[in-house]
Design a protein around this ligand. Sequence first.
Ligand SMILES: CC(C)(COP(=O)(O)OP(=O)(O)OC[C@H]1O[C@@H](n2cnc3c(N)ncnc32)[C@H](O)[C@@H]1OP(=O)(O)O)[C@@H](O)C(=O)NCCC(=O)NCCS
Length: 162
Amino acid sequence: MDCSHIQFCVAEDGFLRDRKSHELIQLQALFEVASFWAKKRRIEDLSIAIANSNPVVSVWDKDRLIGFARAISDGIYRATIWDVVIHPDYRGAGLGRKLVETVLSHPRINRVERVYLMTTHQQRFYERIGFASNSSTTMVLYNQPPAKLPAQEMQFQEAPGG
Ligand SMILES: CC(C)(COP(=O)(O)OP(=O)(O)OC[C@H]1O[C@@H](n2cnc3c(N)ncnc32)[C@H](O)[C@@H]1OP(=O)(O)O)[C@@H](O)C(=O)NCCC(=O)NCCS
């Protein structure tokens, strides 16, 4: 696949690229097709998550959103990366690696002592980028879910999310 025209966009202002609400509709659709933990996210909640993340990196094939990742950082000690996805049609071409490396090279992240993420199935992918398994330090408090979901969909809330 020729990906030379693919654009990586780094945002810090609560939007993805063009400050248009249609961006979030595309993001909702991308999560629906490309994730298992974020399939039913509401536009309003996505907007809150993006507004409170920095950096937010989106990947575009012209006007089509085909990848996404976001991070939360204190700028010096700790950061976490969340919601890493590449659209299934675009996988295996190095875009996922470039997406994560774009997050890692951002000034909010690149001086941080430890960068954490949670993954259920993609350990090998992250190992290629330099992450190591770390089973000793993770705990979780299951708080209120952001949206009222039917009981059978709660499993997605409990799975780690990129
Ligand atoms: C994980 C994901 C982002 C990878 O994106 P991608 O564009 O296909 O990955 P790349 O092509 O950049 O692969 C980078 C490297 O990782 C390797 N890799 C990618 N996925 C892999 C996997 N599942 N197992 C082993 N290696 C993998 C590639 O072979 C490549 O190796 P190389 O550097 O030696 O060439 C993508 O598969 C995806 O969106 N998956 C669904 C969502 C998901 O699970 N996200 C992670 C949440 S924690």
